[in-house]
Unconditional design. Structure first.
Length: 203
């Protein structure tokens, strides 16, 4: 009889304990795992940023890096122009990629290159190019607020591309080569590193 009572008490005692309990050791393990997971996520994000920056900036030359970024954007326009009117999801996805690429590119130019132009007594060029960035933002806004399956959408994409190509050619053929000639090798290297730091913020 006594044995049964002890067994019964033992079972009741086990039942009263929670099925899942935290100990100091398991809480510490979970905290360490959370920190490790966050570190892995941060490292992956930084790795992605370095890849994005490295794709365009492998030369170490700021003007070549910007020209490479121009080419990458135009390649996205090629993909957009190859779509059919019913491929609205693809069009919107590619437009988002264009917007992100141009946003990063604009930060690099507006925060580093155009101020350097003003310092080199080329304020007129800097102001003209900066003003054109406003038209870029207008095109992006209009395209995002149009039906992507309409013929007018693709026509606006072509107008947008035309504006961008003129802007890019002005930079690549005239403005940037002139600025590079004005600067020493050391100044050009500093400009590249400053521009890369800005680009990393949005890569």
């Amino acid at each position: 009889m006594a044995t049964k009572t002890r067994e019964s008490t033992s079972r009741q005692g086990n039942r009263s304990r929670p099925a899942f309990t935290w100990s100091a050791g398991s809480a510490g393990t979970l905290a360490a795992a959370a920190v490790a997971g966050a570190a892995v996520g941060l490292a992956a994000n930084l790795g992605r940023k370095f890849v994005v920056q490295g794709l365009a900036g492998a030369s170490g030359d700021w003007a070549e890096t910007l020209a490479n970024e121009h080419a990458m954007v135009l390649a996205l326009f090629d993909k957009i122009e190859a779509t059919e009117n019913h491929q609205t999801t693809i069009r919107k996805h590619l437009l988002t990629k264009v917007k992100n690429a141009l946003g990063k590119h604009a930060i690099e130019e507006e925060n580093v290159i155009y101020p350097a132009l003003r310092d080199a007594n080329s304020a007129h060029d800097a102001d003209a190019l900066n003003a054109e960035h406003g038209y870029v933002k207008t095109f992006l806004y209009e395209l995002e607020n149009m039906e992507a399956d309409s013929p007018e959408w693709l026509a606006k994409i072509r107008d947008f591309r035309s504006l961008l190509q003129k802007h890019m050619q002005m930079e690549e053929r005239e403005v940037f080569p002139a600025l590079k000639r004005e600067l020493s090798d050391e100044q050009n290297a500093r400009l590249f590193h400053a521009m890369s730091r800005e680009g990393m913020k949005l890569a």
